[in-house]
Design a protein around this ligand. Structure first.
Ligand SMILES: *Cc1c(COP(=O)(O)O)cnc(C)c1O
Length: 404
């Protein structure tokens, strides 16, 4: 899968494991003997001669021209992420949304069609619902796990299949291999938003996806510090993405790239710890009488458990649960917690809690919301890395508040 020129991993890294790649892949030393990766805070680059300038501008030779096009720190991040996803290439972007926008702009034109899973990130729905139609691109939304619906929605004009798996907030799981096969029947590309699992738990390209989207803002950073994103895939497809980014400007900042590099160093460790904490909390929550249902694919009775066990090497940090007392109970529960942060963000070492029906999914029409399983009593927790007993104690404050 890897092409020589693009990943250019040294021989001794080719068979390395994710833990090692996250720390070692992509490093390009400057000759100063530095151990850490330098941050190249420069907008432009100088040339050796007028002829060198001409050659670099024309693309005849490699070499940096301007940081909207390339930056050495961003390049290290791209190489490291590509190595982790077992991909030929990756392109860093200013945010997760700009990674999605770049993918649309690179591969869609007037008259084209997209099939997208129903429960994708809110701003993704906004882009697909509002802006793509203005460009003459139509989008059909289908239930994530309903393969027949994907096939029925596709047309000869369909160019992209787009999904998030596992889904937010109820952890529905899509069969990437099956979706890739259906996309193939229509000569469409399958794009998977891998934000929730990261390559530490799931490598969509190995299951037949064509491209992977990341919001680096989430687990790749891991500490809620920066906005960034990436698209990962074949060298040929990434060249198209790069052309859009270079021309239109949503490039990743070198400082942000450096922070994400630090995040990638601990990604494997963190994703294991997030998964372990989330499993423990999910299991504990199943025993609570105030809850009708816990949504976490690590639980054996979750409908996506078998598939997630095959497709992922862990179940991730996000879980949700339905409180029997509806919205009033959910709000009381959330307001009684003190340790967990009340914020819609996720992928942070700090545990976050949110009421999806009135925040992240609040703009959906009621019918769409309940079709997506987002009930008034649903609470989502993105489990961080605090001690599990402290997280349980915080949830206990929530339960105490609804039993009075
Ligand atoms: C946050 C998020 C995005 C958008 O990323 P930004 O970095 O906020 O632009 C896309 N997809 C998913 C699943 C997300 O959680």
């Amino acid at each position: 899968m890897k092409s020589e020129d693009d990943t250019s991993l040294p021989e001794w890294l080719r068979d390395a494991h994710a833990e090692t790649l996250g720390i070692r892949a992509g490093i390009a030393r400057t000759g100063e003997g530095e151990h850490g990766e330098p941050i190249f805070t420069t907008s432009s680059y100088v040339f050796d001669s007028a002829a060198d300038a001409a050659a670099r501008f024309s693309g005849d030779t490699g070499g940096n021209v301007y940081s909207r096009y390339t930056n050495p720190t961003v390049r290290v991040f791209e190489k490291r992420l590509a190595a982790l996803e077992n991909a030929e290439s990756a392109v860093g972007t200013a945010s997760g949304m700009s990674a999605i926008l770049a993918t649309c702009m690179a591969f869609l034109t007037h008259g084209d069609h997209v099939v997208c899973s129903r429960d994708v990130f809110g701003s993704t729905v906004g882009l697909f619902d509002k802006y793509l139609p203005r460009m003459g691109v139509s989008v059909s939304f289908v239930p994530l796990g309903d393969l027949d619906a994907w096939r029925a929605a596709a047309t000869p004009k369909t160019k992209l299949f787009y999904c998030e798996t596992p889904s937010n907030p109820i952890c529905e799981v899509a069969d990437i291999r099956a979706l890739a096969a259906i996309a193939g029947e229509f000569e469409a590309r399958l794009v998977v938003d891998n934000c929730f699992c990261t390559p530490a738990l799931q490598k969509p390209l190995e299951h037949g996806a064509d491209m992977v989207i990341h919001s680096a803002t989430k687990y790749l950073d891991g500490q809620g510090r920066m906005l960034g994103g990436a698209v990962v895939g074949s060298a040929e497809d990434m060249a198209e993405i790069t052309n859009f980014i270079r021309t239109c400007g949503p490039s990743m900042s070198p400082f942000n790239a450096w922070v994400f590099l630090k995040g990638l160093e601990t990604l494997s460790l963190r994703m294991k710890a997030h998964s372990e904490n989330a499993y423990k909390l999910a299991h504990w929550l199943t025993e609570r009488p105030e809850i009708s249902r816990v949504h976490y694919s690590g639980l054996v009775d979750h409908p996506g458990h078998q598939l997630a066990s095959r497709q992922q090497s862990g179940f991730g940090g996000v879980l949700s649960f339905d409180l029997l007392g509806g919205q009033q109970a959910a709000w009381r529960f959330i307001d009684a917690t003190v340790l967990m942060s009340l914020t819609a963000n996720l992928g942070d070492v700090k545990t976050t809690i949110v009421h999806p029906a009135t925040t992240t999914h609040g703009r959906l029409p009621e019918a769409q919301r309940s079709a997506a399983g987002i009930t008034p009593g649903l609470v989502r927790i993105a489990v961080g890395l605090e001690h599990i007993d402290d997280l349980k104690a915080d949830c206990q404050r929530g339960f105490d508040a609804i039993s009075v």
